[in-house]
Design a protein around this ligand. Structure first.
Ligand code: SAH
Ligand code: SF4
Ligand code: F3S
Length: 447
């Protein structure tokens, strides 16, 4: 154990994973802040570094171990190192064996106990907690910080019961659980009071959220969205990630009817071949997916569609990969993420026959990404000349620039703006590149 004997006073949280992992990182930072610790800008000034890890692909895991080594080389024994997140859940005590200088291991459902784990580590006691307590952590966390950025995440649902054969999430995050309505409405109100104008509702299967409203009526995600739409001061609502099988009529209707619900849907399909989809245990087909996006587009014609793809799933033939390319053509994505299949220990696909060679995967990924990039550019170019609204979120690269998001989740760079971060501005789109748009402000929109 290399830990200094004193309780840490400064901390740095580094998040590596999905948006829910980022949300967890923010909650951990707020928890440590509520304990009287202060945030350091990076590892150099921190008495405690929290590596909030991701286990989804092999590369993500390797990065954690190299980061631990780098921290010790650069900062010596000073910082206490905590490994949090999905690698902590999956590897548990093994982390301490592989990286002796780790002081704390805490899983994604147990991080509310970070203060007592820190106390244990200071005393030289083992500090590992990968429990998945029946009581959710959220009730034990302090309220949200009183200053927030204009756009915030709010985890409403955690875990996954789908067990896609390639995926670790059901093991690292546990079963699907929805947070209760009242707790979510309270957190949303606190966020708006702290300056938030846009909330992105998060869940590994966010559209599987269900619960009861304050009158005891059963509600789905669409009901929650409609209630949030009535919150004064909240102007934009988004949600991610959705599973095709949980995309119910009410939610599709909400896209037609709820003004603050942004026209964007991340709906991963993963592959275009029914045989591959079946082997992935996706429980939807190519056809059912395409029909579903037709219904969504009928409700909200301008919706920007996004997706996730895996190339080189075990047994994927050239012809089956061509079906992935053709589903991309048919779906016309505004953006999409694509990954090379990464075998994950303990998942069924890792033991399947027909593992695809790295060279074939590389070639397929390049072709897929070229197709996706072309669609993304076409989508961006189609917004040229359009008048729309942008929520300004941060400064740009050059003086005078501010950057925000369009309703369709495109990054929009506004030049020489007299507006401020947090403003919602009316703009005209004047340029369109592959990754961002340029715009001029027409006038400051009413709040
Ligand atoms: N719950 C979401 C997202 C899960 S993880 C969903 O079902 O869509 C995000 C993405 O990582 C997945 O959509 C998938 O495309 C990718 N992914 C998951 N496991 C993977 C693996 N073993 N190898 C490569 N990509 C993977
Ligand atoms: Fe993983 Fe599938 Fe669950 Fe998404 S739905 S988290 S890909 S198991
Ligand atoms: Fe990674 Fe865990 Fe998210 S494995 S993608 S951080 S749920």
């Amino acid at each position: 154990m290399t830990t200094p004997p004193n309780p840490p006073r400064t901390f740095h949280v580094k998040s590596f994973g999905c948006q829910m992992n980022v949300y967890d990182g923010e909650r951990m930072a707020e928890l440590l802040g509520a304990q009287g610790m202060t945030a350091a800008t990076d590892g150099a000034d921190a008495d405690l570094v929290v590596l909030n890890t991701c286990h989804i692909r092999e590369k993500a895991v390797d990065k954690v171990y190299s980061d631990i080594g780098r921290l010790r080389r650069e900062y010596g024994s000073r910082p206490m190192i905590a490994v949090a997140g999905c690698v902590a859940q999956a590897e548990g005590a093994e982390i301490g064996r592989r990286a002796k200088s780790v002081d704390i291991v805490v899983g994604p459902q147990a991080y509310h106990r970070l203060p007592s784990l820190i106390a244990d580590a200071v005393q030289g006691r083992p500090a590992i907690d990968t429990d998945m307590p029946a009581e959710m952590k959220f009730g034990a966390l302090p309220g949200r910080a009183q200053r927030q950025r204009p756009s915030a995440f709010l985890t409403v649902q955690e875990g996954c019961d789908k067990f896609c054969t390639y995926c670790v999430v059901p093991y690292t995050r546990g079963a699907e659980v929805s947070r209760p309505w009242a707790e979510l409405m309270d957190e949303a109100r606190a966020l708006v009071d702290a300056g938030v104008r846009e909330i992105t509702l998060l869940g590994q299967n966010v559209n599987a959220w269900d619960g009861e409203d304050e009158a005891g009526r059963p509600q789905g995600l669409d009901g929650l969205i409609r209630a949030l739409d009535r919150l004064p001061g909240l102007t934009r609502i988004r949600y991610t990630t959705s599973h095709p099988n949980d995309m119910r009529d009410g939610l599709i209707r909400a896209h037609a009817e709820v003004e603050s619900l942004m026209p964007f849907l991340h709906l991963p399909v993963q592959a275009g071949s029914d045989r591959v989809l079946k082997s992935m245990n996706r429980s939807h087909t190519r056809e059912s997916y395409l029909r579903l996006i037709e219904r969504v587009r009928a409700a909200r014609p301008d919706i920007a569609l996004s997706g996730d793809f895996i190339v080189g799933f075990p047994g994927e033939s050239d012809a089956e990969f061509e079906e992935t390319l053709s589903i991309v053509r048919e779906s016309a994505y505004a953006q999409a993420f694509s990954f090379k299949y990464s075998p994950r220990p303990g998942t069924p696909a890792a033991d399947m026959d027909g593992q695809v060679s790295p060279e074939v995967m590389d070639e397929r990924l390049q072709r897929l990404q070229a197709a996706i990039n072309a669609d993304q550019l076409a989508f961006n170019q189609a917004t040229l000349g359009r008048r729309t609204q942008v929520l300004l979120e941060r400064k740009g690269k050059y003086p005078g620039q501010l950057v925000g998001k369009s309703p369709w989740l495109q990054s929009v760079i506004v030049e020489n703006s007299a507006a401020a971060i947090g403003d919602m501005v009316d703009v005209e789109i004047v340029s369109a590149g592959p990754n961002s748009l340029g715009a001029v402000i027409l006038e400051k929109a009413a709040a």
